[in-house]
Design a protein around this ligand. Structure first.
Ligand code: NAP
Length: 321
């Protein structure tokens, strides 16, 4: 088998969908970027289908403090650097969203919103999307006070009030980011203990702008023609109305596995069930990062899994020769 290596910063010479690939990498976050770097360096004929939000969830994280080598770096700076390095190694990116992936004649056929690709191997690194609560007002006021991204929307809340719902790392990190701009911040959590890293959790709870609402659920988002004006909480003392200008939801994530349901086994939460870290129920398909059931969802584990997945594909290609 000959390798058709793509070299160059942007134009690889490989036209969309015209050819058969050895590897398609679906996703654009750290797992996919790392898989792309390794695939390019291994000389695997590949394409990365990165969708419309390069960098994935990590790029929407204001500050990352636990990626080795960086005491503090903006998520988007880290993922930009990863992409630049992958491009320099010869990685090929197409800004397309994968819609379906199915087996066809011993290959995998990947359909996107604008092209089709045939590939020997697939790495699923599509990450996870924010979960919603489905309470009244949540979707009505989305973009008008309801947000899933404090990093993106914080500037709209300068000297205003905001509520953050959730108790995990995302809620706490993004709430801390909001404390730099808002006048008051409410943290609403369904238990009386945060799940987030204790160092940051303590910093948030002790912050002078922060009021905590423990054992409480968001029951409703209320507003007017201009947007959100408040929330109704279910608290241990009963229903409580709080005036606020913004509601940021961080109540977990849903793995982006819909296009791959016929290819690989999923767990109950729709994450790709892995074996030996990056293997799946399908020998031609590997998975890396937040889309998997691997559990520890960190940038550092995502990049490690992306590298392992491309290395596994390289081993298989070599054994076929
Ligand atoms: P998460 O860890 O799953 O936390 C979700 C939070 O939402 C939990 O506190 C959960 O409450 C709460 N929740 C879930 N369903 C709810 C509901 N129906 N109503 C009210 N609250 C609800 O999600 P995440 O914070 O987005 O993090 C996802 C993964 O990424 C985690 O593994 C996390 O460690 C990782 N991450 C890491 C970093 C980092 O810098 N290290 C940053 C962001 C994310 P309970 O606590 O009661 O379950």
């Amino acid at each position: 088998m000959s390798f058709n290596v793509s070299v160059g910063l942007v134009d690889s010479g490989v036209k969309k969908g015209e050819d058969s690939y050895q590897l398609v990498i679906a996703g654009g976050g750290p797992a996919a970027l790392s898989a792309a770097l390794y695939a390019a360096r291994y000389g695997i004929k590949h394409v990365v289908l990165e969708s419309w939000k390069p960098g994935g969830q990590a790029a929407l994280t204001a500050e990352i403090e636990n990626y080795p080598g960086f005491s503090l770096i903006a998520g988007s700076d880290l993922t930009d650097a990863m992409k630049k390095q992958a491009l320099q190694a010869g990685a090929v990116f197409h800004m397309e969203t994968v819609e379906t992936a199915v087996e066809k004649n011993d290959k995998i056929l990947v359909k996107t919103d604008s092209a089709e690709y045939t590939t020997d191997y697939l790495i699923i690194a599509t990450g996870a999307a924010p979960a919603t609560l489905g309470v009244p007002g949540e979707s009505k006021y989305y973009g008008r006070g309801v947000s899933f991204c404090a990093t993106c929307d914080a500037p709209f809340f300068k000297n205003k009030r905001a509520i953050v719902v959730g108790g995990g790392d995302s809620a706490v990190k993004e709430a801390l980011h909001l404390t730099h701009v808002v006048s008051e911040l409410g943290l609403v959590h369904r238990r009386d203990k945060l799940r987030a890293e204790p160092f940051l959790a303590t910093k948030l709870i002790e912050h002078k702008k922060v009021a905590t609402y423990w054992n409480s659920h968001l029951a409703e988002v209320v507003g007017d023609d201009m947007g959100v004006t408040g929330v109704v909480l279910d608290t241990p003392e009963g229903k409580k109305h709080i005036d606020t200008d913004g509601v940021f939801l961080y109540v977990g994530t849903i793995p982006a596995t819909e296009p791959f349901v016929s290819l690989v086994e999923l767990d109950k939460k729709k994450a790709v069930l892995t074996r030996n870290i990056v293997g799946t129920s399908n020998p031609r398909v590997f998975a890396a990062g937040d889309v998997t059931n691997n559990g520890f969802r960190q940038v550092v584990t995502a990049v490690s899994e992306g590298a392992r997945a491309s290395a596994a594909v390289f081993d298989l290609i070599q054994n076929e020769e």
